[in-house]
Design a protein around this ligand. Structure first.
Ligand code: ZN
Length: 445
């Protein structure tokens, strides 16, 4: 098994930064010394240039003696960014090269804006190049099924990274019509594809007209958690290997990626310092224990964030990675802190429970779940989009059967906390692509 190429990339950044002995071997200790130097720089920048952090860090120690001292700093939340995004910006407006506006949910109702300089974006391009080289080499033809149109969009930065790697980017965009996307994959001879899990699933389960099998050897899924059932469906349809990427806009679009072991992400540790903390008190949890993923930027200048709460639940894998990497491994993210719904006592339903059950049913392309509570008991409604060739009554019965095998549903149904499950199936050919993270909708009554 090949060691993650992130090691060599991060080692070169650490060596370039260490004034003392640039030829010293790259190991965990050298990386952590580098992280502490970068962390101090970031804190100085934030304290002197960000109005928000000047206030937010007022009670915190002036200088950190160790990485552990980071735990004494307060967390930063999505609402902190929403309340006044410019308060976090550390450069003048004309140094900002790209602004990303995100959802306007949350308690303040205002949108979240994230600002990047040209240099911030170049760091992301470098990460994309190193991360993609886990399974991409010069000469590969990379089908980009993410937004590509705007300069600085995730697909645009990925295309630049692929050119730097000597690969050929095929700029496509999110998948609306799976048959057309498959035709482009075949015509362009794509060997690697990068996209949203359900978009790739639509292509893999298309089956309507005989289209040549894509020559993909690797698929990278990004933007949302990746159900094992979707990985299985894609690897069954095409002779390829599926990899996971973890990244959010606040991370600078890229955060971590599987190595060949595919057991979790190695992270962009020269640019981002990750922690896994107890969501209740912000204290780090033990390795192997699940908690909220929190990160601090180490090299960003436009809008650094310090101990930013992602809302994602993950855990450090305590064993060394079989690929031999010096980097830590973060478990695949499947659940968000807010992405769980208690149907009743001891019966917490998560999106990932539903995903693994429903996507495992042959022909399912996508679905949306909604929970209502019109009386004392909850009702669950699942609207499912099914591939055109799959007979709807059979799909309906298989989905209902799969749902009734989910432990939280079994428990809530037997205790009377779940009153009914309504499964609505419809055939889907073409649909507006969504990039939103999938979650259970809850109607408060
Ligand atoms: Zn590894």
């Amino acid at each position: 098994m090949r060691r993650s190429p992130l090691d060599a990339w991060i080692a070169s950044l650490v060596a370039a930064d260490s004034a003392g002995d640039p030829s010293a071997a790259f190991d965990r200790a050298a990386l952590e010394r580098y992280q502490l130097r970068q962390l101090r720089k970031t804190l100085r920048l934030a304290r002197t240039h960000s109005a928000f952090y000047r206030r937010h860090l007022a009670g915190a120690p002036e200088e950190l003696r160790s990485l552990e001292d980071l735990q004494s700093l307060p967390l930063t939340t999505a609402d902190d960014i929403r309340a006044n995004p410019l308060g976090l910006v550390c450069v003048s407006q004309d140094e900002i090269n790209r602004v990303v506006t995100l959802d306007s949910s949350g308690t303040t109702g205002s949108p979240k804006r994230v600002y990047f300089t040209r240099a911030d974006q170049a760091l992301t391009v470098d990460f994309f190049e190193a991360g993609m080289s886990v399974f991409t080499a010069a000469g590969d033809r990379v089908l980009i099924l993410l937004p590509v149109e705007r300069p600085g969009s995730v697909g645009d930065l990925l295309a630049t990274a692929m050119e730097n790697l000597g690969a050929i980017p095929i700029r496509y965009g999110p998948v609306r019509d799976p048959a057309e996307a498959l035709r482009v994959a075949a015509d362009e001879g794509a060997t690697v594809a990068v996209g949203v899990p359900t978009h790739l699933l639509r292509m893999a389960r298309h089956g309507l007209e005989p289209l040549p099998l894509p020559r993909l050897h690797s698929v990278l899924l990004s933007t949302d958690h990746v159900p094992a059932a979707i990985v299985n469906a894609i690897e069954t349809a095409w002779p390829c290997r599926v990899y996971n990427h973890y990244g959010t806009t606040e991370m600078g679009l890229g955060g971590g990626v599987d190595c060949e072991a595919r057991r979790g992400y190695h992270l962009r540790e020269a640019d981002l310092l990750f922690e896994v903390v107890d969501p209740a008190n912000g204290r780090p949890v033990m390795d192997g224990e699940r908690g909220e993923v929190v990160f601090t930027t180490l090299t960003r200048t436009g809008m650094p964030v310090i101990r930013y709460r992602t809302g994602d639940l993950g855990r450090w894998l305590p064993d060394p990675c079989p690929c031999g990497s010096e980097l830590r491994t973060l478990s695949h993210i499947t659940t968000r802190v807010a992405g769980q719904f208690a149907l009743g006592p001891g019966a917490t339903l998560t999106q990932v429970d539903l995903d693994e059950a429903v996507f495992a049913v042959d022909g399912v392309l996508d679905f949306a779940a909604r929970v209502t509570r019109p009386g004392a008991a909850a009702e669950l409604q699942i609207r499912v989009q099914v591939a055109p060739l799959r007979p709807l009554p059979a799909a309906h019965d298989d989905i209902a059967l799969a749902l009734h095998a989910i432990p939280a549903i079994v428990r809530a149904a037997s205790s009377g906390d779940l009153d009914s499950i309504d499964v609505i199936v419809a055939t889907d050919r073409v649909s507006e692509p969504t990039l939103a993270k999938r979650s259970i909708a809850v109607d408060a009554q």
